[in-house]
Design a protein around this ligand. Sequence first.
Ligand code: FMN
Length: 434
Amino acid sequence: MLKLVTKNVGIENSHTLSVARSHGAYSRLEAAFAMTPEALTAEVIKSNLRGLGGAGFPAGRKWSFLPKDSPKPRYLVVNGDEGEPGTCKDKIIMIHDPHLLIEGIIITCWAIQSHKAFIYIRGEYDLPVEHVEQAIVEAKAAGILGETVMGHDFALDIVVHRGAGAYICGEETALLESLEGKRGWPRLKPPFPAVEGYMRCPTVVNNVETLSYVPYVVEMGAQPFADLGSERNGGLRMYSISGRVNRPGVYELPMGTPLREMIYDHAQGVTGGRALKAVIPGGSSAPILTPDEIDVPMDFDSLAKRGTMLGSAGVIVFDETVSMVEALKVIIRFYAHESCGQCTPCREGTAWLEKIVERILDLGGRPGDVDNMLRISRNIMGNTICPFGDGAALPVVSCVTKFRPEFEAWVRRGQPVTTLPVREAHIGEPVAAV
Ligand SMILES: Cc1cc2nc3c(=O)[nH]c(=O)nc-3n(C[C@H](O)[C@H](O)[C@H](O)COP(=O)(O)O)c2cc1C
């Protein structure tokens, strides 16, 4: 099976310059510099390479939005924050093939005429940081980065910046604030980063995986790359498959590979031969799918048509033994903890949702709890500065709607509690059987 960004995984010392070069690293630079920035951008647009950090925005089109007449410097910011639960793909590239990422950065900087790139890496990612920093040092020493790039009159510097453990700093504008040394609070858009990004200068923010495919667009040509995937979703991508499957892992597969094939062929089916109960297709912010919905191509447009999203392609599988109420508690606790607190509907709403789902589990719920969860979620959606609010609310709406009888059973189980004096309710112990 064809592999691109993961093809060097497993090769000893693949992260070092000499080994990486013997496997093709930097071999696409000549072809890229032979093209004008405009032609290169047009090629990436034609390749249907989508942004693979979450939103799926076409990469080349984003580059083309940089203002042509601005006198300000331009920046490339590489998003390696990788905070979405269920997602662990960017670190594979940064650990095993950091020179591929650097090559993608160089080509992109040529296309957007930027002379400085930042790589913002998740704070907990020690080994990825180590390998990326080492790769930059090696590339500088070899004349691949610096005042010239492999003899081309084009200066480029790359700076690594470590995050400090906040999920919201993966959101591009919060990331920019953090990079500028400020609290990671998202900015209102517009203006978009392409117009006002890092230090209010034109900036392209792209994900690690997105940029790592750019050398392959140059190597293969736009059309052959596009043809690897599905309609308007070019190439391959990395799917992180976790949860109750026999072979969890990161799989590089063509865009549009059916979800059923991923679970039953690549991940070798549900653990213990149990029945599938639900799947999150694109990281915890994506609405959940039921077993009758898994015959869907895993690309941005097909999943959007089914009311969910491909996002960061973190596929989380639940089997029949999983309580969806307990699963949702884990998810909502994460969002309540990670809400940056800037917008009231998100700050208060995620905390209320957490309280309600915890109460349902600990004591049984109150009549109206299920509807209240839906109401609170709908009050968050669309009412926040950044998409974090939607990402927290959408899984609640889908989970509660699709598994409503399960939620109602938990609520009913505990209803007697509401008539008991508070001291008789024991948190953590069910007080009535279902
Ligand atoms: C709450 C939140 C968290 C995000 N976290 C990440 C992340 O960890 N990594 C990432 O690449 N994109 C993340 N994104 C998406 C970025 O805002 C942005 O769309 C992306 O970095 C653009 O790169 P791309 O076009 O190559 O996907 C996040 C978005 C939101 C709303």
